[in-house]
Ligand binder design. Structure first.
Ligand SMILES: Nc1ncnc2c1ncn2[C@@H]1O[C@H](COP(=O)(O)OP(=O)(O)OP(=O)(O)O)[C@@H](O)[C@H]1O
Ligand SMILES: [Mg+2]
Length: 143
């Protein structure tokens, strides 16, 4: 599935719709360059899940969990991860294999740890399409 976003609001709303439909145990793997819009997506997604806390990128802590929504929401940002063992230390398996929903920014960094059922979200800019344009490709959703 491909969604063409023209603004951060459009990305947020699109992700909010996915958050509304998210089911227990899903893992969303987000990839895209710096400033692609992964965190904008995560914030909209969290709102769709009913999270009421303010969502900020957990760049320095790797993981923030939010429990105020319809399902627990585990927000990872693995940009600064040095080795996969750090994921074990923060207990990623208790998130990925749980009743909650996980979303991982920079997921390619930990690709070998992602479950087979992972939903991939690739966000790319396109030269010539304007500063607010993002192509959002979703793979492996809805099975
Ligand atoms: N269509 C769009 N969708 C999402 N963000 C957009 C869009 N157009 C412009 N932007 C802007 O791009 C930036 C995206 O920032 P964001 O922090 O979400 O990126 P990121 O992929 O999480 O980056 P990082 O890798 O640094 O964590 C914001 O400043 C946002 O306003
Ligand atoms: Mg981010």
């Amino acid at each position: 599935m491909i969604f063409e976003s023209e603004s951060d609001d459009m990305t947020y709303e699109f992700a909010r719709g996915l958050g509304e439909k998210a089911v227990p145990g899903q893992v969303y793997a987000l990839n895209g360059e710096l400033g692609a819009g992964k965190t904008v997506f995560a914030k909209g997604f969290a709102e769709g899940l009913g999270v009421t806390e303010r969502v900020n990128s957990p760049t320095y802590t790797i993981l923030h969990s939010y429990l105020s929504g319809r399902l627990p929401f585990h927000h990872f940002d693995v940009y600064r991860i040095a080795e996969p063992e750090e994921m074990e230390e923060i207990g990623y398996e208790d998130c990925f294999y749980s009743e909650g929903v996980s979303l991982v920014e920079w997921a390619d960094e930990i690709r070998e740890l992602l479950p087979e059922s992972t939903v991939f979200v690739n966000i790319t800019k396109a030269p010539g399409k304007g500063a607010g344009y993002r192509r959002i490709e979703i793979e492996n959703i809805g099975d």
